[in-house]
Design a protein around this ligand. Structure first.
Ligand SMILES: [Zn+2]
Length: 419
């Protein structure tokens, strides 16, 4: 770094309007690849592509940034390839801001095979053994990191704070996340405490390694590091983690923003996010990891979330489920064979402007690839636009009117989704 240059040169966050309850706000995140007007929904391109959709189409539908995944890109094609390509954005022909998820969630969930229990329905069943289950144990967590088996070819790998930072610096996204231990709602309270202690230790090591790599690679654009708040469903643990990471400084640097992670029970989502965001420093951006159902986005924004990512919109699109202002339906169902209306008259997307339900029904039934493309464009536009409408409503003081209007019409409940 040249003397006089700010460590996180090129990154910033400004609050432009505060909502009625004190937590909700509209703002602007600035990155070396442009700005994000918040609150904003960030579509997911897990492996440096939003499945079936061109980056130009993602830009046209209003996507301000894309989020990819460090775990998947580490396994294939490998971080060195992205580094040589000039970073994630350049590699995938996307010149706007990018995020990468640390890989913590994936090494534990994909490696271990407990993806199912991250669903947002807490049951009374509690066991740390869920992680192993009856299956071969595919990931082992210790105080230093996680050893796991690749879900692609069974080869053994190890992630730690340092390795996650090295991978994410090579991938080169504008916003990266600290390596954390993601638990499930089924883990016992003593295990949650142990995992939180590890996440604390790993957060310090992430700051140290991030500081070292930022200086070593000072010819690259600055990458903002977000700390991840865990603590499951426990108020004291969530607040303790938020206070701890919120004020954490190591090697002279602190987190640029925060992610809220972990399995979140749908009914307590707002409460938990509220605990965390009322404890974290107000002036820093907050990202809610893996949440993207319409009703949950309102709850997140209401409780101070600035950005969201979720694979739900694109994943369900590929199964023919499409959003409308009154709920979700499957456009491949028989009744739509001769329905020449657009998916949703209130939608302004490319698909709704040019195609009918009957055409999409035909494409899905014929297993045509264009089905996924058109349905994904619609669903991503629906979610991106809904959050943009929340931003506009926060600015003109009508957020609760928008929420009441939407929730009064929209009939569907769905869960949490991460790749
Ligand atoms: Zn549409």
């Amino acid at each position: 770094m040249e003397s006089g240059t700010k460590f996180n040169e090129g990154f910033g966050f400004e609050i432009v309007a505060a909502g009625e309850n004190g937590l909700a706000r509209a703002g602007t995140i600035t990155t070396p690849h442009g700005q994000i007007q918040t609150p904003a929904f960030i579509p997911v391109g897990t492996k440096a592509t939003v499945k079936s959709v061109l980056p130009e189409a993602m830009e046209d539908l209003g996507s301000q940034a894309l989020l990819s995944n460090a775990y998947h890109l580490y396994l294939q094609p490998g971080p060195d390839v992205l580094d040589e390509a000039g970073g994630l954005g350049k590699f995938m022909n996307w010149d706007k801001p990018t995020f990468t998820d640390s890989g913590g969630f994936q090494v534990l969930s994909l490696g271990v095979g407990f993806k199912k229990v991250l669903a947002m329905d807490a049951t009374t069943f509690r066991s740390d053994q869920v992680i192993a289950g009856n299956k071969e144990r595919l990931a082992h967590v210790d105080d230093e990191g996680v050893t796991f088996k690749s879900h692609l070819d069974g080869s053994m790998h190890r992630f730690s704070s340092e390795i996650s930072m090295q991978i994410q610096h090579k991938i080169g996204a504008d916003i990266i996340f600290a390596f954390d231990e993601c638990t499930t709602l089924h883990n016992t309270r003593p295990y949650q405490e142990l995992a939180l202690k590890r996440t604390h230790d790993w957060a310090i090591r992430c700051l140290d390694e991030h500081q070292r790599l930022t200086i070593e690679r000072s010819d690259k654009p600055y990458q903002a590091l977000f700390g991840v708040i865990q603590g499951a469903q426990y108020e004291d643990l969530r607040k303790e983690a938020a206070a701890d990471l919120g004020s954490m400084t190591s090697s002279g640097v602190s987190f640029d923003g925060f992610g809220i992670g972990g399995a979140l029970d749908k009914d307590s989502l707002g409460t938990i996010v509220g605990w965390v965001n009322s404890t974290l420093p107000q002036e820093k951006p907050k990202h809610l990891l893996g949440i993207g159902a319409p009703e949950d986005l309102f709850v997140g924004v209401e409780n101070g979330v600035d950005t969201f990512d979720c694979v739900l919109a694109s994943r369900i699109a590929r199964t023919s489920a499409v959003y409308t202002m009154t709920g979700r339906f499957n456009v491949s169902n028989k009744p739509f064979t001769r329905d020449f209306n657009p998916i949703d008259y209130e939608c302004d997307c490319y698909t709704c402007k040019n195609y009918t339900r009957a055409y999409l029904c035909h494409l899905f039934r014929g297993k045509e690839m264009l089905a996924a493309t058109l349905a994904t464009i619609h669903n991503e536009r629906f979610i991106v636009r809904l959050v943009d409408q929340m931003r506009a409503a926060l600015i003109d003081g009508t957020f609760y009117d928008l929420k009441a209007d939407f929730m009064g019409r929209y009939k569907h409940k769905s869960g949490q989704s991460r790749d």
